[in-house]
Design a protein around this ligand. Structure first.
Ligand code: FMN
Ligand code: SF4
Length: 518
């Protein structure tokens, strides 16, 4: 029987040489006359082990990593094809602790299947949710999503079912589903991993969303920095269309839904839903005032669902296994699972999908394995560039929307960036202001001007110029930005700044102090 060897085609693995490994493997297999097929799968999300090569054995898959092209000959000599032992052998893939401790619902197939094989997708449970949905009334689909407790994974945590209900009930000849795949948050890659590793799950989720709300057209809005995701999604959409999953009659239901990928140039603010809509319409990516909500007046003034990739990709399993199955995971009002993305100065970086509720410290210390530098963790920033810095004292915070909010933090898109004790939190605060100044769309004054003043004030504190007065000024400025900004870019930039000041006050007292210049 032909043996399957899996070598990821995910961008993270490619960046670490997966194509070279695949080429070396292909050549070596041909030279040795082995009966092997190479499957280019998505990533399992264990970044420190990429490229992670797997071989299908009668006992299940056996993993090797990180593999370089130069390792291929010795791997084959050691009997890789039969799961043979080697210094790079990690044992059975499913038994690797980082994977074994996860609850993979949304990412169940990612890294397992060939991303562009619809047969593979189907044989791993794909399309069952859509099949169930087309047999239901739109309101019943919306009710199931609402009952699952699914909240938007793009940052704001808004209940997905309620958003869909608003669009379903909105009058409009045309309605749209827009998938927010801009993924601009620092340290995040979950959206990219799904698009590259299991694109059909997103297509299925969008088709269900269309059928539930009466939208017949969908757009995936992503960024030019994601060329592999764009190519994989476009290929999967063509395959789905040819197979009748998309088109005039979705799976023969008589209900129409089709979709395409659109690429933005890559501006952080274009992830904000109204700026995204402007960009999608070919205009400058500038924030629109709300109301009207996009659910009432969105793309081309039509009722529009805007959801994050992970929100939409979580819908198929909800429609397959039921609302109760999904909401059984999690804590409080945070139901289901969340793909936590661990990045920065950390030993085990990657994607860890788990039910809500895991304490932050466990994620950093046990799952992440502490810092890559081996130095003590000083702070972690959760939720992207607008997220708060948490010190070790807050590591008992459970991964839950409300628990983070109660401590002036946010989960955002569930990205965590780890910093060791060499980090200068005043510099990080300055960076937050600088980032906001660069990325601001310029529509409102607190953000456009405030962020530039913020950089200047941080510089004065660093130079020891009237530090006490300038610390007060920085806090006051943050207050103005928080409450006076039109959107969360200006409104949340104070979170990293204020948390850095609150939890790391010593970094805001650089010594020696000098007197004011005047
Ligand atoms: C500055 C800014 C950037 C954002 N970037 C993203 C993004 O990259 N991806 C995303 O899904 N949501 C992003 N959001 C949140 C979106 O505005 C919106 O809440 C989200 O797409 C809704 O989908 P959800 O309910 O499924 O989370 C951003 C918001 C702001 C203010
Ligand atoms: S807060 Fe910043 S990004 Fe948001 S609307 Fe105002 S200027 Fe634009």
């Amino acid at each position: 029987m032909t043996t399957k060897i899996y070598i990821p085609r995910d961008a993270a693995a490619l960046a670490l040489g997966a194509d070279k490994v695949a080429k070396a493997m292909e050549d070596a297999i041909a030279a040795r006359g082995l009966d092997v097929t190479i499957v280019r799968n998505g990533s399992r999300g264990l970044h420190w082990l990429e490229p992670l090569v797997e071989v299908e054995t009668s006992e299940g898959r056996v993993a090797y990593g990180p593999v370089r092209a130069r390792d291929v000959a010795s791997l084959l000599d050691a009997g890789l094809v039969a799961g043979g032992d080697h210094a790079l052998c990690l044992g059975k893939t499913e038994d690797i602790p980082f994977l074994k401790q996860q609850t993979r619902l949304t990412f169940a197939r990612c890294g397992v299947i060939d991303p562009v094989s619809l047969d593979d997708y189907r044989s791993h449970g794909g399309l069952r949710g859509l099949e169930n949905a087309i047999a239901m009334e739109p309101m019943a689909i919306v009710a199931q999503v609402t009952e699952s407790g699914l909240r938007g994974r793009g940052g704001a945590g808004f209940p997905t079912g309620i958003k869909w209900k608003t669009v379903l009930e909105a009058a409009g000849e045309r309605k749209y589903i827009v998938c927010n795949a801009d993924e601009g948050d620092s340290g995040t890659f979950a959206d990219r991993m799904i698009m590259e590793g299991d694109p059909f799950v997103l297509i299925e989720g969008m088709a269900i969303s269309g059928i539930a709300t009466g939208a017949t057209k969908g757009f995936i809005y992503t960024r030019s920095e994601y060329p592999h995701a764009i190519a994989t999604m476009a290929q999967a959409i063509e395959i789905a269309r040819a197979a009748g999953v998309l088109g005039q009659s979705v799976l023969g239901s008589g209900r129409a839904f089709d979709m395409e990928v659109r690429t933005g140039a890559g501006a952080y603010v274009c992830g904000e839903e109204t700026a995204l809509l402007n960009s999608l319409e070919g205009k400058r990516g500038i924030v629109r005032a709300k109301p009207p909500l996009p659910a009432h007046k969105g793309l081309f003034d039509c009722p529009t669902v805007i959801n994050n990739v992970i929100s939409l990709a979580s819908v198929p399993i909800i429609m397959d296994k039921g609302a109760a199955f999904y909401r059984d995971f999690g804590m409080g009002r945070s139901r289901g699972t969340i793909p936590i993305q661990i990045a920065g100065n950390v030993r085990h970086s990657g994607l860890f999908e788990t039910a809500f509720g895991l304490p932050l410290g466990e994620i950093i210390d046990h799952i992440g394995g502490g810092t890559a530098s081996g130095r003590p963790v000083k702070a972690v920033q959760v939720g992207g560039p607008l997220g708060a810095y948490f010190p070790r004292a807050l590591f008992d915070t459970p991964f839950d929307y409300e628990a983070f909010a109660a401590r002036d933090g946010l989960i955002g898109h569930a990205g965590i960036v780890v910093f060791d004790d060499t980090a200068d939190m005043l510099k990080q605060a300055r960076f937050a202001m600088e980032f906001c100044a660069i990325e601001s769309c310029g529509k409102c004054t607190p953000c456009r001007i405030g962020s530039i003043r913020g950089v200047e004030v941080a510089d004065k504190i660093a130079a020891g110029i009237e530090p006490e007065k300038n610390r007060e000024l920085l806090a006051d400025l943050c207050n103005t930005m928080k409450f006076g900004s039109l959107c969360a870019l200006g409104g949340f930039t104070p979170y990293p700044v204020v948390s850095a000041m609150t939890h790391f006050p010593d970094d805001f007292r650089p010594a020696p102090l000098v007197e004011a210049a005047e």
